[in-house]
Design a protein around this ligand. Sequence first.
Ligand code: NDP
Ligand code: 8X3
Length: 248
Amino acid sequence: MNKIVLVTGATSGIGHACAETFLKAGYNVIVTARRKDKLTELYSRYGENCLILSFDVCDRVSATEAISTLPPVWKNIDVLINNAGLALGLEPEYEGDYTDWDTMIDTNIKGLLTMTRLVVPGMVERNAGHIINIGSVAGDAAYANGNVYCATKAAVKSITDGLRIDVADTEIRVTLLKPGLVETNFSNVRFHGDCQKADKVYQGITPLSAQDIADAALYAVQAPPHVQIAEMLILATHQANGTVIVRQ
Ligand code: NDP
Ligand code: 8X3
């Protein structure tokens, strides 16, 4: 039986690249996100190696039902990739939008925690597993107008470190991937569909691709069992940290 990977946010960007990378590497992958039609469009061709499960990570009832009703052969999840997440808005904290704040906190922090709570007990029972949380360079230090998004990714760092401590007496490994600028749908979502603003984020620099991050996830998972890649900060060559970006 192939190992089983569950990817949240598999309809786009980093999650999509992770799902395809693990499928191509011979894993069975549970692909999840809110948009069922998009999941079907992207993954139907993988047949029985791929299970489509659509739910919102912010909806604890739906997430719990989705995980608890997994067919028996899909139940023993070996790798959880907590990727679903988003930034909404880029403005001073004192002008931020309450709804944007709530959505970022509910998705990036509480959604990731819900998935951890639902999947990791099985890993503990089997004394095997790997959790990959997608953090960000934004979690290392706040950048101008990033306030709440940066805070959610700082929380992901603490939550990941905490989990690593809590499973240190098991064979389970916990990895935090912290990408810098990755060209995905991320900025379109952040700017509520304003493509011109979104395109500017990646102008004058060769950004990372979603595939670059998927490659890092596969590397961490395929490292020998005694090797725990605890954290990786992955930046474009002309990005030095969250704020220093040298554009041509
Ligand atoms: P995309 O917007 O391309 O993809 C986001 C994915 O998350 C989509 O598949 C979306 O699917 C899913 N998603 C969003 N909200 C929910 C939800 N409530 N429930 C379930 N799925 C959800 O962005 P990226 O691929 O760039 O982002 C992926 C992760 O990487 C995020 O956590 C982001 O913070 C992080 N990151 C991104 C960086 C970048 O520069 N792009 C850099 C550092 C970190 P659907 O709409 O179908 O639900
Ligand atoms: C996404 C990277 O720098 O746009 O987390 O916040 S950044």
